[in-house]
Design a protein around this ligand. Structure first.
Ligand code: NDP
Length: 475
């Protein structure tokens, strides 16, 4: 098949021209067309080092009981060599390859073959076929929302196995954790590379492709907005939602089973991590329709950032607390445990309510009550690539009147709670909150840049009305 000709690269308008109140020019508000040196340096750094960061954390737990300093000290002082660490690392095994292949095949089958029935039987749950947001090229994609069903079936089978059938040990994930890491990497790189080739040679929608002229940026941030195979296999929806997020709660359960097997009990810290993270995961699937309107689905293109990130980074680094607690079975005092629980629940409440307010506001086109009052609205205009003008609204009250991303603030409180559940013995379990602060701050800045390009002077009016991003009075 002939390669599609590369579109000439229009420049992204500078935020200053936007702040001056010029109307945004059409179709330029998706992900960047040009790469600045900072983005390129970040992309190169992540492509080179992210796989080693994951390996380092998992190896540190496996060989050094989750100490981050001990392997560094050992290597620097010559007590061990990198080759010794590598030699002690479990290799890829046939058993892990079989488990991983079966897992991914099962999730693909649940995603593609099973039409959603949950929305027919669960009051308040919205599933079935739903529409995404308008893409920069002016397309509205349709999605089969069946993630809750996939999560429930997978977990029912897990508990049926653990409590009744004993087909396999519930510690199976922990026992194959490093061999499975190699499988996840193979899938992550394979899918990202396939998405890149597909973007050049047979894109699903050529008008929603973006090329920056920089190979590494294209590979990492993706070319195609919505790569699909057939009608229902949407890469972004599948890899973002499954297999990584469905696995998240199973991985935690496997860690709890391992703690029980090794130490004869499951600690209250492990219960807290399992419960708080399960609430977050279940919330994700219960609100999967809302997820169609988030940045991942509405704005990000599908490349290594999402493909490899969903296969490797998410399941391995978001579950570090549970892994840590297998090696360090921390039993928290009651006040400490209650404090962690309250912080986690409060963070979750803010996260959910902020997201709910925006969703309600957008669904009802502002005809709703936010904190029992008529919402404050900023009216906006923008254009899509086909030159069509569109109208939108920004919410400037409720949590969205406190700060422009208070949903991130709630999320970060929850992240901190998971880390605090692990006590103060080691730095490793705190990596998650440090990483999330960097991720969400960067995401906030990235989103604001995109919104400024999309809405022009209307966005400037919004930032004047709500001056802070994450914490009122601070940032
Ligand atoms: P948001 O849900 O905040 O979506 C941002 C988009 O919402 C903007 O691009 C804009 O889109 C629209 N918007 C912005 N301000 C307003 C407003 N005042 N009123 C109405 N619409 C507005 O961001 P995310 O998609 O990043 O996050 C969704 C949730 O997922 C968050 O709670 C976040 O914490 C969580 N998250 C978790 C991650 C994890 O790894 N655990 C990673 C990323 C996110 P438009 O163009 O439509 O105007």
């Amino acid at each position: 098949m002939a390669a599609r000709s590369r579109p000439s690269a229009p420049k992204t308008r500078s935020p200053s021209s936007v702040a001056n109140g010029e109307a945004p020019s059409h179709g330029q508000w998706g992900r960047a067309w040009e790469v600045d040196w900072f983005s390129l340096a970040s992309v190169t750094f992540l492509l080179l080092f992210a796989p080693f960061i994951v390996y380092f954390f998992i190896m540190a737990c496996d060989q050094y009981s989750c100490s981050l300093a001990a392997p560094v000290v050992d290597v620097v002082t010559g007590r061990t060599h990198l080759s010794d660490i590598w030699a002690r690392t479990p290799p890829l095994t046939m058993q892990a390859a079989r488990i991983y292949a079966a897992w991914v095949a099962f999730q693909v089958a649940l995603y593609v073959l099973l039409p959603d029935v949950c929305h027919k039987i669960l009051p308040g749950y919205v599933g079935g076929v739903q529409e995404g947001a308008l893409t920069p090229a002016g397309v509205i994609n349709k999605y089969e929302i069946n993630g809750l069903q996939a999560w429930l079936i997978t977990h029912l089978l897990w508990f049926a196995n653990a409590l009744v059938f004993s087909w396999f040990s519930p510690t199976i994930i922990f026992d194959n954790w490093i061999p499975l890491l190699w499988c996840a990497n193979i899938l992550g790189y394979a899918v990202s590379t396939f998405a890149m080739i597909k973007g050049y040679f047979f894109p699903t929608n050529a008008k929603d492709c973006k090329f920056t002229g920089n190979f590494f940026y294209n590979y990492m941030m993706g070319i195609e907005f919505n790569p699909c195979i057939g009608k229902w296999f949407d890469f972004k929806m599948f890899f973002n939602g499954r297999p990584g997020i469905v696995a998240w709660t199973l991985i935690n359960l496997s860690f709890a089973a391992k703690q029980q097997a090794l130490h004869g009990r499951v600690t209250n810290s492990m219960v807290l991590v399992n419960v708080l993270q399960a609430i977050y995961v279940l919330d994700f699937f219960w609100n999967e329709t809302w997820y169609l309107k988030t940045i991942d689905i509405c704005h990000d293109h599908f490349g290594w950032y999402l493909g490899w990130g969903d296969c490797v980074w998410l399941p391995y680094l978001y579950t570090l607390q549970g892994l840590y607690l297998v090696y360090h079975p921390v039993q928290l005092s009651t006040p400490h445990a209650v404090g962690v629980l309250l912080l986690g629940l409060l963070g979750y409440y803010i996260f959910r309510m902020a997201n709910h307010q925006k969703d309600l506001f957008r669904r009802t086109d502002g005809r709703c009550l936010i904190w029992r009052r008529k919402p404050k609205v900023i009216e906006c205009m923008y254009s899509s690539a086909d030159g069509q003008k569109h109208h939108s609204k920004l919410l400037a009250s409720g949590f969205w009147g406190l700060a422009r991303h208070f949903n991130y603030t709630g999320d970060l409180m929850g992240c901190l709670a998971y880390c605090l559940a692990c006590g103060g013995g080691h730095l490793l379990p705190y990596f998650y909150v440090i990483y999330m602060i960097i991720l969400l701050t960067h995401r906030c800045l990235r989103d604001e840049h995109r919104c400024a390009n999309k809405y022009g002077g209307d966005w400037a009016r919004y930032t004047a009305a709500v001056p802070y991003r994450l914490l009122p009075g601070v940032f």
